[in-house]
Structures are given as structure tokens and as C-alpha cells.
Design a protein around this ligand. Structure first.
Ligand code: 2HG
Ligand code: ZN
Length: 465
């Protein structure tokens, strides 16, 4: 499908499903809803629609099959791999009018959400019930549950609470063929064959739409404390993790480089956590009740020479300002159009993998700024290559794309993943075979053919056309 003279015809067809006010085609709406947080892909949808019911989503999908339309699901548009970008005249389907919490059962501790519920709204709702939705990330004020499910979003508490997948007790989906499926219905136990719910989690909207989700909640967490530690050698980071984990349970273990810290300090006009700069920083979160054990672990890592300095929060406000040093990184480098890497290996492979990456960065990016940070406690490294001021975005992305195979070869060698939590989208699509075998990719294509026989769902994402 291509833009141009077809647009009036597409709009006319969309009006058979939606009232005119929920079909939008103004340039500003197309530019906003047609993209995500990536800045390197063309944005060119033909229309944006705003369904309010599952029936409308199903009717739209049936229409798309009949009329040859292509559909791009759109949540909070905070994606970093182009999974929600519409570049070829697709119809964008925004879930922002399906943003209600539909019910909560205290015995099940399950909350039923429409796909457009914003993560932070779910977290606030959970807190009102005296409970918690523990999956959390810097974009939780904007990202939506449907998008989180579509990418199996992870974030900053994975070492304690797992990923989105671990909290989804049921899903209602509209398949690419327009069928409505109720998957698992919030059951804890259900040994009746293939669990199709899990196929839709992480499918990046290529199999159908997630329209509602049953989300599990858990106990409200006890008060917590945050520590930031300075390290001179990257090689010591996992030794520090092990030293703390031998004494207490951590709810987060994040890391960032001095370059990343410098960007946040400048962007948000913040002050350093402590006076003496270090090459790398670790941010740890743990229950306040474990404070003594954490201080003992701090003494251990200091004595071992792995950590040079550190600071611990004394109040929630201080904890929040330490977290800001880590959570502010993405926005503080956004203006430099970073080329994003979101790599994962098993935690045990992290030290050797980091050595490989260190060498590759020195070899291939000797003159460019490379911003290291991530959720190193679960094996996830974010490596952002920052665009030098004089280079065009296109030329920069082409150069990085050319270098990526070297990095991805190192990922493959360690049995890792080229996308830990951001998804494949358009950005990583051509590199999928570094993480998935040919046989796996063939099966993925076959699954897509069953659920989306005419290829109407999020074309070109995850799997090349
Ligand atoms: C984070 O961990 C997000 O803050 C974004 O996953 C990472 O900007 C990035 O590369
Ligand atoms: Zn992340």
C-alpha cells in the first residue's frame, strides 16, 4: 500500500468502522502518531484511527484483510527500535481511547486493563489497592500496557521482579485475521496445550492487537534505599554485584559510565553523587531493612579496591535524585540521535562479553562518543553511539549499521541476544539471525501466516517482508 491518491479511498473505508472524528489525517497527527522515540525512519502513515471497543478493532482488522490495508498498533510510542513507526502509508491504530481499568479482583490480585492504560496509571491503581505493579522503567509515565506486552518490556527491576511476561495472567487479542481470542483468562494453572498468550507477548504487534490484559499485582514493596558506587574498572562490576548479592537481596543493580553521568548532569542541571569522578557507577536498590548488610557489603568492596567511593540515600527524596542520574540518561542523549544497542548475555557471560565489546568499541568507534549503561544485574547492556555533530543522521546510521555485525557476532559468540528489551522493530530486523536460527525464523514466519494470513499486521517489523 502506498500513499497518494489512495488516501481518500482509505479514509472512506475507515468511515465504515469509525465515526469521522476518530479517523485523522492531518499532517501533524500523522507525524505524531506515526512514529516512536526513534528518529531515523521516515514517518508516512495514511491515517490514524482511535478505536474505543474490541468490536471496532476486530471490524477494522477484517476490513484491512478485505481492502488490503496495513495496520500499525500504536501505544505510548516510547519504543526505541521503530516497532510502532508507519513508513509506508499504513493505518496507525492508537489505543489511547481504550485506556480504562475495567476491574480488579482482590482474591486473584488480577487487574483487567484496556491496552491503552499508561504504565504509571496501573502502578497508581495498584498502590490504591495496597498492592504493587512492579515492572518499571523511565518511560512509565507515557508507555502503555499494550506496548509493554508487545515488546515484553523489562526495565529497572528485572533482577527482582522479572519482565512484563511474568505479570500477564491473561490477554484478549484480535488476531491479524480479525478473530477475538481470550487467552488464559487470568488462570494460574491451565495445562491445556500451547499457551498462545505467550506468543503475543513480545510479538511486536505482528500477529494481532493486544486489546485487553489481565495483569497480576503483588504485595506493596517495603521501604527501600538506593546506593551509588564509583568504580574505576569495568571488569569489577560483577564482583561488586556478587559481593552485595552474597549479603542481601537487590531490587535493582544498574550501571552507567562517567560519560552517561556527565550527560545527565548537564541536561538536568544536577550535581554529582560524590565529588570524585569515577570511570563507572553502579546504582543499587534494596529494602531499607537490609541497610546494615548493604553497608557491610560496601565495606567489603571498598576493602577489595573495586569501589573508590559511594553514597547511600537517607530519604525517599534522595533515593529519587540518585535514580534520576540513571533514569535521565536516555532523554539527556536524545538530541545526539544515538544509535541504540540493547544487548543481552547470560549474567555469567557478562565479564567476557564486556571485554569483547570494549575491544570492538575501541577498534570501530575510536573517535565517537559511546555511552555505556544498562541493567547489568540481568545481563543487559545499553550501548548508545552518539552522532558526531557534523554527520547527517542518514550517514551516521549507515555507518553504525555497517559496524553492527561485528558487535552482533560477539553477541552470537556468547549465546546472547541483539535485543534484550527494546524489541527488534525496524532497527534490528536485518540482524535477527544473529540471535535466532534459520529454523526458528521459519517457524516464526509460519506462525505469522496462521494468525495474520494476509500480512496486515505491522508489516516489515521483526521479520523482513
Ligand atoms: C533504559 O534502560 C531504557 O533506560 C532505554 O531501556 C535505554 O536509551 C536506551 O538505550
Ligand atoms: Zn533499559
Amino acid at each position: 500500500m502506498r500513499l497518494g491518491r489512495q488516501v481518500p479511498r482509505i479514509v472512506e473505508q475507515l468511515h465504515t468502522v469509525f465515526p469521522a472524528k476518530r479517523v485523522k489525517t492531518t499532517p501533524q497527527v500523522l507525524a505524531t502518531w506515526g512514529g516512536d522515540w526513534t528518529r531515523s525512519f521516515p514517518i508516512a502513515p495514511s491515517a490514524v484511527v482511535f478505536p474505543e471497543t474490541i468490536q471496532e478493532v476486530a471490524a477494522l482488522t477484517k476490513l484491512a484483510n478485505e481492502a488490503g490495508l496495513q495496520l500499525v498498533p500504536s501505544g505510548g510510542r516510547t519504543g526505541l527500535s521503530g516497532g510502532a513507526v508507519a513508513s509506508h502509508g499504513e493505518v496507525v491504530v492508537s489505543f489511547e481511547r481504550m485506556n480504562r481499568i475495567l476491574g480488579f479482583d482482590a482474591a486473584d490480585r488480577v487487574v483487567r486493563c484496556q491496552a491503552g492504560v499508561v504504565t504509571q496509571a496501573l502502578q497508581a491503581y495498584a498502590a490504591e489497592q495496597g498492592l504493587c505493579y512492579p515492572v518499571d522503567f523511565a518511560s512509565s509515565g507515557t508507555s502503555q500496557i499494550g506496548g509493554n506486552v508487545a515488546t515484553n518490556a523489562g526495565g529497572i527491576k528485572v533482577i527482582r521482579y522479572g519482565l512484563t511476561r511474568d505479570w500477564i495472567a491473561g490477554l484478549t487479542v484480535v488476531t491479524g485475521a480479525g478473530d477475538v481470542l481470550e487467552l488464559n483468562r487470568g488462570l494460574v494453572k491451565n495445562a491445556t496445550g500451547y499457551d498462545l498468550r505467550h506468543l503475543f507477548i513480545g510479538a511486536e504487534g505482528t500477529l494481532g492487537f493486544v486489546v485487553e490484559a489481565d495483569v497480576r499485582l503483588t504485595e506493596a514493596p517495603p521501604p527501600s534505599r538506593v546506593m551509588v558506587l564509583g568504580l574505576d574498572r569495568f571488569a569489577d562490576i560483577l564482583k561488586v554485584l556478587a559481593a552485595f548479592q552474597s549479603r542481601l537481596t537487590l531490587s535493582a543493580f544498574e550501571f552507567f559510565s562517567e560519560l552517561a553521568l556527565g550527560k545527565v548532569l548537564a541536561h538536568r542541571q544536577l550535581t554529582r553523587p560524590f565529588e570524585k569522578p569515577a570511570a563507572f557507577y553502579a546504582l543499587l536498590e534494596f529494602d531499607a531493612a537490609a541497610e546494615e548488610a548493604a553497608l557491610a557489603a560496601f565495606e567489603d568492596v571498598l576493602a577489595a579496591g573495586w569501589v573508590g567511593d559511594g553514597v547511600a540515600s537517607r530519604s525517599d527524596a534522595q533515593a529519587a535524585s540518585l535514580w534520576a542520574l540513571r533514569e535521565g540518561i536516555t532523554e539527556s542523549i536524545a538530541a545526539e540521535t544515538p544509535y541504540k544497542n540493547d544487548l543481552a548475555v547470560r549474567v555469567s557471560a557478562v565479564p567476557a562479553f564486556l571485554d569483547d565489546v570494549d575491544q570492538l568499541v575501541a577498534e570501530h568507534y575510536p573517535d565517537w562518543q559511546v555511552c555505556w549503561f544498562g541493567h547489568i544485574g540481568d545481563g543487559n547492556l545499553h550501548l548508545n553511539i552518539l552522532k558526531p555533530a557534523g554527520l547527517s543522521v542518514d550517514a551516521f546510521y549507515r555507518r553504525c549499521h555497517g559496524i553492527s555485525p561485528n558487535l552482533f557476532e560477539a553477541v552470537r559468540k556468547r549465546g546472547g541476544s541483539i535485543s534484550a528489551e527494546h524489541g527488534v522493530g525496524l532497527l534490528k530486523r536485518d540482524f535477527l539471525s544473529y540471535t535466532r536460527s534459520g529454523a526458528e525464523i521459519d517457524i516464526m514466519r509460519a506462525v505469522k501466516k496462521v494468525l495474520d494470513p494476509n500480512g496486515v499486521m505491522n508489516p516489515g517489523k521483526l521479520l523482513a517482508d
